[in-house]
Design a protein around this ligand. Structure first.
Ligand SMILES: Cc1cc2nc3c(=O)[nH]c(=O)nc-3n(C[C@H](O)[C@H](O)[C@H](O)COP(=O)(O)OP(=O)(O)OC[C@H]3O[C@@H](n4cnc5c(N)ncnc54)[C@H](O)[C@@H]3O)c2cc1C
Length: 375
């Protein structure tokens, strides 16, 4: 009899796992809490080896051709002068296209939305998940692919063990390229641009437009501005427009207007004119606080964690999607290699804990190279 596997979380990591495990002959269902959850998500993605391997495996290599290429890296000083140039072409793939293509590989009947897991329990014979509507479901194996705020994690690592705030956050904007002022576009487009100052690190690059459009005129300018915040200040910033304090991030449109105004004012004070213009051109900046999470375990009984539910690495690594792909391959291979689920999960953990820890440590090293307090 084929193993019944429930994947909790239907973003990139959950979809990678669902596609590989279903193709390996397992009985797989994905449950995802959101309904309109693509909104504001899709930007660019620097693909790494594991992502290309995943595209090949799924037979959708064309996704790797939907991208926008930056031909060089430039570093600006505060006056906007280019102080360093490196010939380093890099292509940003479309997150939206990657997501949609993988989503289309999972039958609708196997991808349930509006299913928010609130509790998971597991023993040696199976696992059970309870959803917010009170409904419960059992499976031979539950895969926790529910991201940084994972509910599934608690069954593996115990209560109170979770991501650690590293002392800084990223403000981000995704500006339609036609809305960028001409002088800023002239300096920033078709390049990866950087500026470092005390307590400030910003980078920006063009990414595909919504739905993966890559023609000039339909792309978006993605800027990412790292700023240090004490926990008390971060707690105030992460209160959304409805007055609710969020733990990790605020999506576009959820940052209070007075905070968004302050970000624009500080950009004008601290950044070269081109970057300040890019920040000013974004009416709905959004924020992610940055966390590290590198636990010693990613499985217990009949539960396996994957992607950001397992390890959280800083975005400097640009490896979150590659890490999720590596996890999905390793989990599939371990389940195929071992008839006993416990042995398979032990093999999965033995392979992926060192990989996850190494990626988190790499992000920490990159963070220490920046002038951001607390890193
Ligand atoms: C600023 C920033 C920039 C980044 N840039 C890059 C980059 O360039 N390249 C890269 O590879 N990575 C990047 N990343 C990281 C990348 O976004 C993640 O590592 C990657 O998406 C991991 O995917 P995931 O599926 O594990 O988790 P997520 O994408 O977080 O997905 C979790 C899913 O689970 C669902 N969910 C959550 N809780 C529940 C629940 N209780 N019940 C049911 N469903 C639930 C969520 O709705 C979501 O769909 C970046 C991250 C940040 C913060």
């Amino acid at each position: 009899m084929s193993l019944r596997i429930l994947v909790v979380g239907g973003s990139i990591g959950g979809l990678f796992a669902a596609v590989l495990l279903a193709r390996a002959g397992f009985d797989v269902t994905v449950t995802e809490r959101s309904e309109h959850w693509l909104e504001g998500r899709g930007a660019g993605l620097v693909a790494q080896r594991e992502v290309f391997a995943m595209l090949r495996e799924a037979g959708i290599e064309h996704v790797a051709r939907v991208g926008v290429t930056a031909y060089e890296r430039i570093h600006l000083d505060r006056q906007g002068t280019i102080i360093r140039r490196e010939h380093m072409p890099q292509t940003q793939l479309s997150w939206d296209v990657l997501f949609r293509t993988f989503r289309d590989l999972v039958p609708d009947a196997r991808y349930r939305i509006k299913a928010k897991a609130v509790m998971v329990q597991s023993d040696g014979s199976g696992a059970r998940v309870r959803y917010a509507d009170g409904h419960e479901e059992t499976a031979d194996l539950i895969v926790g692919a529910d991201g940084i705020g994972s509910v599934v994690r608690e069954t593996v690592t115990g209560a109170g063990v979770g991501p650690r705030y590293v002392g800084y956050a990223t403000w981000r904007g995704l500006v339609p390229e036609t809305e960028m002022p001409a002088s800023a576009a002239h300096q920033l487009f078709d390049r990866f641009a950087f500026h470092d100052g005390p307590g400030s690190h910003i980078l920006g690059y063009l990414v595909p437009g919504a739905n993966g459009a890559t023609e000039p005129g339909r792309r978006r300018y993605n800027w990412v501005w790292y700023r240090p915040y004490a926990i008390a200040d971060l707690d105030r910033i992460l209160v959304d427009t409805g007055g609710v304090k969020r733990p990790f991030s605020l999506a576009p449109g959820h940052v209070r207007p007075e905070i968004a105004r302050l970000v624009r004012t500080q950009a004008a004070e601290l950044l070269p004119a081109s970057f300040a213009a890019a920040v000013a051109a974004e009416p709905r900046p959004f924020i992610h606080a940055i966390f590290d999470h590198a636990p010693p375990r990613m499985v217990s009984a009949r539960v396996a964690l994957l992607g950001d539910a397992a390890f959280v690495a800083r975005p400097h690594t640009a490896m979150g999607v590659a890490k999720a792909a590596g996890d999905a391959f390793a989990l599939r291979d371990a389940l195929l290699a071992h008839r006993d689920i416990g042995a398979a999960l032990a093999a999965y953990q033995a392979e992926r804990v060192p990989a996850g820890q190494a990626i988190v440590a790499y992000g920490q090293r990159l963070g220490r190279g920046l002038d951001l307090a607390g890193s």
